[in-house]
Each structure stands twice: as structure tokens, then as C-alpha cells.
Design a protein around this ligand. Sequence first.
Ligand SMILES: C[S@@+](CC[C@H](N)C(=O)[O-])C[C@H]1O[C@@H](n2cnc3c(N)ncnc32)[C@H](O)[C@@H]1O
Length: 290
Amino acid sequence: MHTPVMLNEALEYLAVRPDGIYADATAGLGGHTAAIAQRLTTGQVIALDCDGESLELARGATQAWAERIRYHQAKFSELRTALASLGIEKLDGLVADLGVSRYQLTEPERGFSLTATGPLDMRMDRSQGMTAAGMANTTSERELADLLYYLGEERRARRIARAIIRARPIRDTLHLARVVELAVPRTGRLHPATQTFMALRRAVNRETEELDALLVAAPDLVAEGGRIVAITFMSLEDRQVKVAFRELARQGRARLLTKHVVRPGEQEVAINPASRSAKLRALEMKGQRG
Ligand SMILES: C[S@@+](CC[C@H](N)C(=O)[O-])C[C@H]1O[C@@H](n2cnc3c(N)ncnc32)[C@H](O)[C@@H]1O
């Protein structure tokens, strides 16, 4: 059974109206989508994800409420056109639960796992773009070091980049994990390649640019009184959301519902350790003036 992260808090801030139109921009395994759908009568929830395989899993998991859900494969930067193609002009709320899903992380074939052998893929949408192997095997040492430093907050970026270049061609997930492990000593609980994998994943999926696109599009698409809820898992992303939300509030376009970031309760973290690093922020759109 899939456990959606910060579900109660997301629902509280989304304040679902039974007749409303909602978007789940990150349907994943359908956890948040299902919970929204359960609260609807005449309303609907648009379940979006850039990963077609995840969307099929979400469809299966949410069958009981299928008549209230519309599934559509789209990335954040396609949100506007995706909703327009479904004939939807305004939403009563949007939720985005960022990052990768448990399915993506644990399915070796997808290449996100540093503890299972698989192709070094990491594309959320496997139909397009460069894989992590392509990136690890063709990027210059300097670019690779920058990527690890800026997208993975990896302080040992130069040493790791040099080791990757020397070990080329990187064959698969475990090969990369091993190369990094040999290059830098283990400090603390995390596998030494954790940030390398994170950085490559973020680069392959253009996650910074995609989140920016979402943060620009969503406020235009959510109606007055409608809400936006964002759940992030790393400080870089939380900062992106915080800055964008504060700017909307400063411009008088929205009201912050969370003055401070909201974290999962102890009980949730005990039951679902994956929720440990989650941070939630929410806002309510105001009417457009002028
Ligand atoms: C943490 S999971 C969501 C889990 C979901 N809330 C649930 O309860 O099952 C994040 C999902 O967002 C999707 N995603 C990440 N970046 C995306 C983007 N730029 N556009 C669309 N979907 C994206 C991923 O494919 C993944 O399925």
C-alpha cells in the first residue's frame, strides 16, 4: 500500500471543495490524486505526470474513483497546454509533490537506485532526453563537477568528477556508485554517491527549470480563492518555492497560508521514513487587480 507524504496537511491546505476542479501535477502512484477524488462529488481532479508508466500505475491505483479523475501525461512546462487541451481554464487548487516516486526509486530498470543494478537511465519520461549514462559519459570534467556541486550540493564534486572521467565508460548504476565510493570516503549514514545520483537525476530531468515553469504557470491557472500546495524534499527546491510564493504575496497576487514551512509530524516520520525531509508550503490566490 502506497503512503502519500504529508497527505493530511496537503488536504487541509488544499481545502477541497466537492464541486471543484483540481490538478495533481505529480500523480506518481496516485496517492494524493485518490485522496482528492474521494472528497469530490461533481468536481474532478486532473492527474498529471511526465512519466507515462507512473501514470498507468496511478490509473490502476485510483480505479475506484475513475469517473472523477482525468489522466494526462505532461511535464510542468506543459501544464498550461495540457489543461487547455482538456478544456480547463481555471483550477480550484493544485498540488505538487516533487521529486521521484517510490516506484521510480526502487524499480532497477529506471536507473535511480544506487543499490540495485540497472541501466543508468534516470529519465522520468523514458520517451525523450539524454540518460544519466549519456550525461556521465559525455560531459566535460568541469561541467560535471559544476553539476554535482550546484545540483547535488556535493562538496567533493571535483574529486568525484575526476574519478568518473577516469572510469569511463560508466556502465550502469552500481558501476557509478562504486566509482564514487572509491573516490570519496563514506562520512555519516548516507551512501557516498547519494548526492551524485541526486545531481544527475536533477540534471537529466531539468528539475530546476521544470519547477520554475510550474511556479510561473500555476498562479495563472488557479482561480481567486484557489490554493497551491507544494511539497519538496531538498533545500534547493524548498528555496525555489519559498522565493516564488513570497514574491506572489509581495505583489499582492496571493496570500501565504504557511508563514513558516510545515514539516511532517513525528508519527508520520516513524511510519514512513521517506517523509523525513519533506517540507510543505501553501498559498491562496487573490483576485487579479488593475
Ligand atoms: C513524489 S512522486 C509523487 C507521488 C504522489 N504524490 C503519490 O502520492 O503517489 C513525484 C512524481 O512527480 C513526477 N514529476 C517529477 N517532475 C515532474 C515534471 N517536471 N513534470 C511532471 N511530473 C513530474 C514524477 O514522475 C513522479 O511520479
